[in-house]
Design a protein around this ligand. Sequence first.
Ligand code: C5P
Length: 409
Amino acid sequence: MSSRSSLAFATRARAATPGATPAVRSLSSSASSSRRGGAVGAGARRGGGGKNAAFSSVLFSSSHSHRHQQHQHRMGRRGGENRGSIGRGFRGKMTTMASLSSSSSTMQQNPDGFAQIDLFSPSKINLFLRIVRRREDGYHDLASLFHVIDLGDEMSFAKSSSETKDTLVCEDASIPLDESNLVIKALNLFRAKTGIKQYFWVELKKTVPSGAGLGGGSGNAATALYAANKLCGDVATEEELLEWSGDIGSDISVFFSTGAAYCTGRGEIVEDVEPPLPLTTKMCLVKPSIGLSTPTIFKALDLDKRSKAEPLDLLKSLNADGCTYENAINDLERPAFSKLPELGELKDKLIDATKEDGAVVFMSGSGSTIVLLGTDTVPKFAMEDDDLFKSKARLISRKKGEWFVPSNV
Ligand code: C5P
């Protein structure tokens, strides 16, 4: 692809693509000027309001309603609530989100004398998501602008004295703590790739909902790889961690980008780009309590009904005009709304309710999160609906060698 030369660099699992000219200009100025001119909200909008029917069909076993409560708070202030130590089963004391926001990783000694590291585990949105083709192996090649965001979990890691297993602690009963958890898969991967026979204590405090299209579990896995590597003395490079991460999931690699990444292949080919929007861009997330299963949504995609837009044209448009309804395209919206019609109705209602704010409203990943880009105000109908998860969020980036921290915007 000729326009690849406009991207800073590409790294894929196992086969690093040689670096290309870092020619993507910083678009902060053009994006913000177009936002002033209303471009964030420009373009075609879906019509209709639709009833916000009860979300009755269960497509994903999601039980995070208690987390919804937590997020009602976050709407009022930045950085999350309930910041103390999780306290159950973990030997250290978790660093609070507030202190995580000032440093990317805090290494300290825990009461058992082991080094402990506390990290913020971010999530992501897809500013556009085009599905390119269905592959023989059942996966889909995609082309998407992923952006890391500061809705995230808190994680603490320490070396364990166990010679047989990792210990994962999480108060959220819906989170599996065994080998099916991507965190344990990531630690197994780290041992297999490095040959280091070190097991770990991990404490996870979940905030990011599951089945949301936000890559919360993938962010946990990436954070675990980063932490294990730090605790073991940086035996691997970040490029190696990125390459290895493709073995256990398609969405993990993006967390080894610097924040904004044009991703292709299954999602594991990551090209860092300049953030196309100012990191100060206002954003809210709204999600029904029902999550969506990624394989189900990919299977339900009718390839004849995809957008015909060229992904690299979408990237150009995003860079030049900011986020608009013309470029905020997600090919997975149609199958997600066919599986969960209430989600399409929720999107319509959110579009109607945010017209005045000039927000652009779209689904992230395979859903069921709806992103409201360009506003910090969740519409009243959504604020009053206790079944909806609501959170403010911000786009974030990081410097190579440091880990992500929540936005201070
Ligand atoms: O790779 P990951 O485990 O995140 O993918 C979960 C599922 O989502 C896959 O088993 C596949 O069904 C679907 N998927 C896909 N194409 C992708 C990514 C995921 O079909 N690019």
